[in-house]
Design a protein around this ligand. Structure first.
Ligand code: IMP
Ligand code: MG
Length: 172
């Protein structure tokens, strides 16, 4: 495994993301909606760095099967979604790859009549986009490689790593 982004750099960029978001919303109450499971580490750091009136909610999306780059059928589970009618919502995911997950979640969230919806991701994988939506906020652009750590998994492993690493053939 090769380290791509160290813990100190992540921490710096997440703090800067928190400041940008807080600056954009000023004192408007925000609902941070974390996408399970990949966003758990990011949202826990992000919400603690954000000086804003905040609510936290979760939504679940599953699409990936292993390391394959073709997304499988996407399943959205909104059973954990709090009431977001008339609220400003920030959808937070670990990575924007083809964009299909975030774009589908965006549509699901829109149907609940929020006041506004924006999206934030830790990583934006370059050259893979297949939708018209782009993330409103991101911390790092990365090349088209498979990464794990800081919430991102391979077969549900490695989410706990405090850094981002590239998974190589030898690790499989
Ligand atoms: P998208 O729908 O293609 O944008 O894929 C987004 C989802 O795919 C993310 O929420 C991740 O769960 C997963 N994913 C995409 N690329 C990677 C990766 O490099 N490592 C781990 N998970 C990934
Ligand atoms: Mg995910």
């Amino acid at each position: 495994m090769r380290q791509l982004i160290g813990a100190a750099d992540i921490s710096k960029e997440v703090a800067s993301l928190a400041q940008r978001v807080a600056g954009d919303y000023r004192d408007r109450p925000l609902t941070v909606l974390g996408v399970l499971t990949g966003s758990i580490v990011l949202i826990s750091d992000l919400i603690r760095a954000m000086e804003l009136p905040l609510r936290v909610g979760l939504i679940q999306a599953s699409s990936y099967r292993g390391r394959g780059t073709e997304p499988a059928q996407l399943t959205v589970n909104d059973a954990l979604l709090p009431d977001i009618a008339d609220r400003d919502v920030l959808l937070v995911d670990d990575i924007f790859d083809t964009g299909q997950t975030l774009s589908a979640l965006y549509e699901t969230v829109k149907q609940k009549s929020p006041r506004s919806v924006r999206s934030a991701v830790l990583l934006w994988k370059q050259g893979r986009i297949r939708v018209s939506l782009e993330p409103d906020y991101h911390c790092f652009r990365i090349p088209d490689v498979f990464v794990v750590g800081y919430g991102l998994d391979y077969n549900d492993e490695y989410r706990h790593l405090p850094y981002i690493a590239v998974l190589e053939e030898a690790d499989l």
